[in-house]
Design a protein around this ligand. Structure first.
Ligand code: SF4
Ligand code: SF4
Length: 666
């Protein structure tokens, strides 16, 4: 017999009418979130764009992949599969319910033929089983949670909604079984037919069916109404947060327009963020979307080595202040703590792990900006590095080297306007530490050998990036402005970097200050030279473990090029955490200049590299080199860390000219 909607249910249409107040409560709840979020600064500019992957401020690709499909959820396989079964199961079941409404209201023939058999029967029963399996797994995991779910705060609200979903799916199956017990088997409904064969017929069966039907319908409506007041609100907020997120990892700090502050009336705006009202709407959306899943806590190098910082803790604190309307409460910084704020290495591991696209370091860095620029509060050594940057254009306190010492004994050309193709950017990190100077020397040798037209600046200074990461936006703007002016005077259009922090700053921050030049990290250039046959290398066949610098790999997705270079000179081996899921060396965010407490991040990473059994640890960042070299001292006296430029230089077939082999040999 063809299925009849609302069979055995008097006044069944009431459920359709009751959906209206449920949807109204849902809308009211979402409006409540918007009301809270809109108290933040409107950093998002509305407007049309010609970019096919953008709709106004919305990034379509991240909206669809991270927001709707939830691609990051699957990085934890079991949880991901359970979440996928639940989500897509419920999507199908909701589609089935909508089709039933369409049948009632518009006589859509959904209960006929093959569609009834395969979709309304088999597919919906399979969806119910999948959703049930997923939600039961998730509930068990909530009841026996891993540490990441409970640290700082557990999101206990999930337990109620998971029990509610189980009740909805189970009552749905029993309604189907009770109906089939009375009316005979449905084609394709394998669960309903099985339950129907066990349920009683007659008056008791009819009453059971009616009772279950109302329970199921009212529970479903109550759940819809409850979504905005429960952790399920991530169904709405997570896609929005993913769509409004920057498509590439990293805090993406923007620049502060200091000139706009001048002559701006009586009140000078406060720099950085000391209270919720100072944050952008996106920051407040981040806090509202956070699920307290702790995935960020689990990958954070600071949290994992016992520092006060936990990105989950930061988001939980922001969310609680927001929930309680404490927009102007300046106790926020104390609640999070200065130590925590300065412990962030800006590695972006938290962002990469977050399933709902929260940008934790962006919020942390804004608080850091306030501490530094408004209160002059920062760890002592960072303060010294800042003062060194101001006075001497580099942050390497206590160095005995001058800006040109790295090129003593070798002939390095200067950049000539209109003649030289590439500016080889030296910056500070390969100039002021003895161990990293050989990176610059190796690059000079390689570029000469390959016949690349290049030159350096006569006067060497930092990009200003350490100042930006430490929160000193004012100093960064000043240094960057000087560099851009010099580049413009010289007509620089192509720049080679050896430090990923310089590369990141040149490509992400300098353009906001008017810079217009192309930048190539040395890993990419080296790979290109090898592929073009400009340099020929001998492969030692030795195992070389590659450490991804956060600002090259995770932040800028330069992953395959350095690996290709390493594979040209040896046999690449990977650490368990590599690529976009790599573990920081501990230097980022200005933490190279800090007195680290507790377990050292660089020692943790050095041990991981050592455990691969490789005799050489390759990297493509001077800071990573310094940190790993230092971290290894706890375990071995061997000098194992090499930059990829050093490796290439030592394996060039016709030999490197002008480079002391003691510094570059493998
Ligand atoms: S950016 Fe890195 S150090 Fe900072 S909170 Fe995130 S994971 Fe932790
Ligand atoms: S910020 Fe993201 S990863 Fe961290 S607890 Fe919240 S939802 Fe989880």
């Amino acid at each position: 017999m063809e299925r009849i909607p609302y069979w055995n249910i008097g006044y069944g249409l009431l459920i359709d009418l009751l959906s209206l107040p449920a949807l109204a409560v849902f809308g009211y709840g979402i409006y409540g979130h918007w009301k809270r979020i809109r108290q933040g600064k409107a950093s998002v500019k509305l407007g049309l764009t010609l970019d096919a992957l953008k709709l106004g401020p919305l990034h379509i690709r991240s909206f669809l992949t991270r927001g709707i499909v939830g691609t990051r959820i699957y990085r934890k396989l079991c949880t991901g599969i359970a979440h996928g079964l639940l989500f897509w199961g419920m999507v199908l079941l909701s589609a089935g319910t909508i089709l039933v409404f369409a049948n009632v209201l518009f006589r859509l023939p959904v209960f006929k033929g093959e569609f009834n058999h395969w979709f309304m029967g088999a597919a919906l029963d399979a969806a119910g089983v999948a959703a049930l399996a997923g939600v039961v797994y998730l509930l068990i995991r909530r009841l026996f949670p891993p540490e990441r779910l409970t640290c700082f705060r557990a999101n206990s609200g999930f337990i109620q909604v998971e029990i509610g979903i189980i009740a909805i799916v189970v009552t749905g199956f029993f309604i189907e079984g009770a109906r089939i017990a009375q009316n005979g088997a449905d084609p394709g409904s394998f669960v309903g037919n099985w339950l129907g064969s066990m349920l009683s017929v007659g008056r008791g069966g009819l009453e059971l069916h009616r009772y279950l039907w109302w329970t199921h319908g009212l529970l479903a409506l109550a759940t819809i109404a409850y979504i905005p007041f429960s952790p399920l609100v991530h169904l709405v907020l997570a896609p929005a947060n993913a769509g409004l997120d920057v498509p590439v990892p990293g805090p993406k700090m923007g620049v502060i327009d200091f000139e706009s502050f001048e002559g701006d009336g009586d009140e000078t705006p406060s720099l950085g963020a000391s209270k919720l009202a100072d944050f952008s709407r996106k920051n407040l959306l981040d806090a509202s979307t956070c699920l307290k899943c702790g995935r960020c806590h689990e990958v954070c190098p600071a949290a994992q080595t016992g520092k006060k910082l936990s990105p989950k803790g930061v988001m939980v604190t922001l969310a609680e202040y927001l929930q309680h309307g404490r927009m102007d409460d300046e106790s926020l910084l104390e609640a999070i703590s200065t130590d925590a704020i300065y412990s962030c290495t800006t590695c972006a591991a938290c962002m990469e792990a977050c399933p709902v696209s929260v940008n934790q370091p962006n919020a942390i860095l804004q608080m850091r900006q306030h501490l530094l620029m408004e209160r002059s509060e920062m760890p002592e050594i960072m303060g010294q590095a800042n003062r060194s940057l101001e006075a001497r254009h580099h942050p390497f306190i206590g160095t005995g080297f001058g800006p040109n010492d790295w090129r003593k004994g070798i002939d390095v050309p200067f950049y000539e306007k209109g003649t030289t193709e590439y500016l080889l950017w030296i910056g500070c990190s390969v100039a002021y530490e003895e161990r990293t100077q050989s990176i610059a020397r190796a690059m000079v040798a390689i570029l000469k050998h390959a016949g690349v037209s290049f030159g350096i600046l006569e006067e060497n200074r930092c990009t200003g990036d350490p100042a930006k990461q430490m929160g000193n936006e004012f100093l960064f703007t000043e240094i960057a402005g000087q560099n851009i002016e010099e580049f413009n005077d010289l007509g620089v259009t192509k720049v080679i970097t050896m430090c990923p922090h310089c590369f990141n700053s040149f490509t992400r921050h300098y353009p906001l200050l008017g810079a217009k030049f192309d930048v190539v990290p040395h890993a990419v250039l080296l790979r290109g030279l090898i592929e073009a046959g400009k340099i020929t290398l001998t492969n030692s066949g030795q195992a070389i473990c590659y450490h991804d610098p956060c600002y090259l790999g995770r932040h800028n997705q330069v992953l395959s090029e350095p690996r290709s270079v390493v594979s040209s000179v040896g046999q690449l081996v990977e650490m368990p955490r590599h690529g976009c899921e790599s573990f920081c060396c501990g230097a980022g965010g200005g933490n190279y200049w800090t007195e680290e407490e507790g377990t050292r991040i660089n020692q943790t990473r050095a041990k991981e590299a050592l455990d691969t059994g490789a005799k050489t640890i390759a990297t493509a960042c001077p800071f990573c080199m310094l940190m790993l070299t230092d971290g290894l001292k706890k375990f071995t006296e061997e000098q194992m860390v090499k930059d990829i430029a050093e490796l290439v230089c030592s394996r060039m077939e016709s030999g490197a000219q002008g480079v002391p082999q003691t510094l570059v040999s493998t």
